[in-house]
Ligand binder design. Sequence first.
Ligand code: G6P
Length: 367
Amino acid sequence: DAAQKGGYEHFMLKEIHEQPEVVKTTITPRISNHIPTFENEGISLDKLSSYNNIFIVACGTAMHAGMVGKYVIEKMARVSVTVDIASEFRYRDPLINEGDLVILISQSGETADTKAALELAKERGAETLAIVNVKGSSIARAADYVLYTHAGPEISVASTKAYMVQVSVMYLLAFQLAYAKGKISKEQLVEYTKLLENIPEQIEEAINLKPACQFAASKLLNADSLLYIGRGLDYALSMEGSLKLKEISYIHSESYAAGELKHGTISLIDDGMPVIAIATQKDLVEKTISNIKEVKARGAFVVLIAAPGVDVEDGVSDVTICLPEANQLLMPMVAAVPLQLIAYYTSVLKGNDVDKPRNLAKSVTVE
Ligand code: G6P
């Protein structure tokens, strides 16, 4: 066991550290001269540009990778993307048709609800694309197309590196789709792809934020409940941050679109309640900061995870974690790291079984 952990105290920490490498392993075979290609996987540009609507269906962390995908694909390729939880999708008689693409995301490739969603999509005549980590798994075998992520075996129940590579594939797909649909030029395609190729370095820098994350975690230990807030891509990311924390720390947590707080949830804020705010999206930062001020004024203990250059006045944030520089579109891959580390250290400091949290299984093969 100790040898397998490669000197790390837990598999989760080891897997967090593996992220720069597994992102490289996942994207490199699909990039040639700074241009993404899925030709080897049977997906041509013409094929990609032919779809009417896209559905992304998954469970848990994989669904959160899909949320990032939705924002990026819609923004870049101007194609409508619906993200569904697999257990909802399969019973809601979804409006899928021939000409639509249903993307299934799954680390294990064995999740029962995701597999059932795939079967339903096929019955309705949609094409199916699986983004799966485990080679030869049921979902990979059943789908029309497969894009394997190359995270290697993920042992920790709380997913980290598998999420990261799922998100990296979402970006490659978004770039390809945007190009296929004529929304970006070849030059822009090259530029975006280069940004993605540089991301492993920025993930590495984010891993160096360990001490700051440990400090932030030490302030969460006595909380009964906390909130994660953000807007746009930061909101998509806050969902994963919140899930990670509750999975392994057993502290109740919710993610909320920052602008929606005032419509109900802000009533929960009282003295000392931690709020983890993510502010990386330039166009939205000002709005998020005004939401942070609203929670601060009601006594929240604010942990701010911010892009460089995001300044708040004194007293607005109690702990600030400043991210390394990265293009804002790709920031989720960088900002995910401190969220993973905060969850990790909270669990460690509480003395929990980090790699095997109670009541959870790595792969859920029953409904
Ligand atoms: C389980 C795991 C989660 C995971 C989810 C989906 O609930 O505990 O970490 O995100 O299943 O798993 P999959 O293998 O389909 O990605």
